[in-house]
Design a protein around this ligand. Structure first.
Ligand SMILES: Nc1ncnc2c1ncn2[C@@H]1O[C@H](COP(=O)(O)OP(=O)(O)O)[C@@H](O)[C@H]1O
Ligand SMILES: [Mg+2]
Length: 311
């Protein structure tokens, strides 16, 4: 649906007039982001001055998400998010995953809206850094990779998978800490989802083939992210525009063929600026068969630590 129609339907949840709205006692201050699925606002508690981010799902997307949750007996995003919050002894500014502080429903015209209260992360997403070829990226690329790998290990150790690892879902904070965000597709390991969720450029062959997904699917997407961080290119692309609904299926099937059948280019064919030992790691993550990828994030972290040591 065109963005303008959404804006009309959701005027109350966008910038116009939203500043006066309250969610769980927080006052909305400004709109940070509007995507196809949700609005993300910055908000503030008038009592404590605490600043948070509030993600408000659009009703149509929310209905789809609820249907999927019911079909696969999944908990809602906010509950899963709270499950992976750090324990007291784990908490610290190095925690690599956005913290979920609360969640609930808001009843309003034009419908019921699910919202999440999240820790506010002051930073910039890695896709944006890649897009503007920021020199910071060259300096931080290995630290970003390690941060996301740590985040995935935490999620996998809790029996879950993220299912939407991509550069858009990683924030580098002002203090240069790495935070994985967008837990909207997180789910227990072992489910074969019929619905194509996630970002097509990062989706594993088994995801396209509707097979049960495990940690290996995140490891594949992480391989695509590594490829992107170190070559500034994606291994597989489509010339078809992403926002044309008439071309959606053709675009999906292009990606599907590439991810299932075609070997990715060697990163060293694209750039000579690769740390020693990085190319085999990327290619192992991008193996077509989950059996040939890293066994788990612990093994992958150990391989990355070796690259870091020799860098
Ligand atoms: N907790 C947060 N703190 C600050 N900004 C955030 C936060 N969560 C999301 N954002 C901003 O909103 C954008 C979209 O968030 P995301 O959760 O990925 O939504 P979508 O489901 O639309 O992909 C992010 O790239 C980031 O710029
Ligand atoms: Mg996102």
């Amino acid at each position: 649906m065109a963005k303008s129609i959404w804006k009309k339907m959701m005027g109350w949840a966008g910038n116009s007039g939203t500043e006066s709205r309250r969610f769980s006692g927080y006052n909305i201050r400004r709109l940070i982001h509007e995507g196809d699925k949700a609005f993300v606002h910055q908000a503030r508690s008038p009592e404590t001055g605490e600043i948070v981010a509030i993600k408000v799902y659009k009703p149509l997307y929310n209905r789809t998400a609820r249907r999927i949750c019911k079909r696969y007996h999944l908990r809602a995003e906010g509950e899963l998010g709270m499950l992976i919050n750090p324990g007291e002894e784990e908490a610290g500014e190095d925690w690599p995953i956005v913290r979920t502080l609360g969640h609930g429903y808001e009843f309003n015209d034009p419908g019921k809206c699910y919202y999440l209260i999240l820790e506010f992360i002051d930073g910039i997403n890695v896709k944006h850094l890649l897009g503007c070829d920021d020199p910071l990226l060259r300096k931080k690329r290995l630290a970003i990779a390690m941060g996301v790998a740590r985040a995935l290990k935490i999620i996998h150790d809790r029996g879950l998978i993220h299912r939407d690892i991509c550069s858009d879902n990683i924030i580098l904070t002002r203090e240069h800490k790495v935070k994985l965000i967008d837990l909207g597709f997180m789910a227990p390991s072992g489910i074969a989802f019929v619905e194509k969720s996630g970002t097509p450029s990062y989706m594993s062959p088994e995801q396209f083939m509707v097979q049960p997904l495990g940690a290996a699917a995140d490891i594949y997407a992480f391989g695509v992210l590594l490829f992107e961080l170190f070559t500034k290119k994606l291994p597989f692309t489509s010339a078809l525009p992403p926002d044309n609904p008439d071309l959606f299926m053709r675009r999906m099937s292009e990606f599907m063929t590439q991810h299932i059948r075609e070997a990715p280019p060697r990163p060293s064919e694209i750039t000579s600026d690769l740390p020693e030992g990085m190319e085999p790691i990327i290619l192992k993550c991008l193996e077509k068969s989950p059996d040939y990828r890293y066994l788990n994030m612990r093994a992958l972290l150990a391989a990355l630590a070796q690259v870091q040591e020799s860098a």
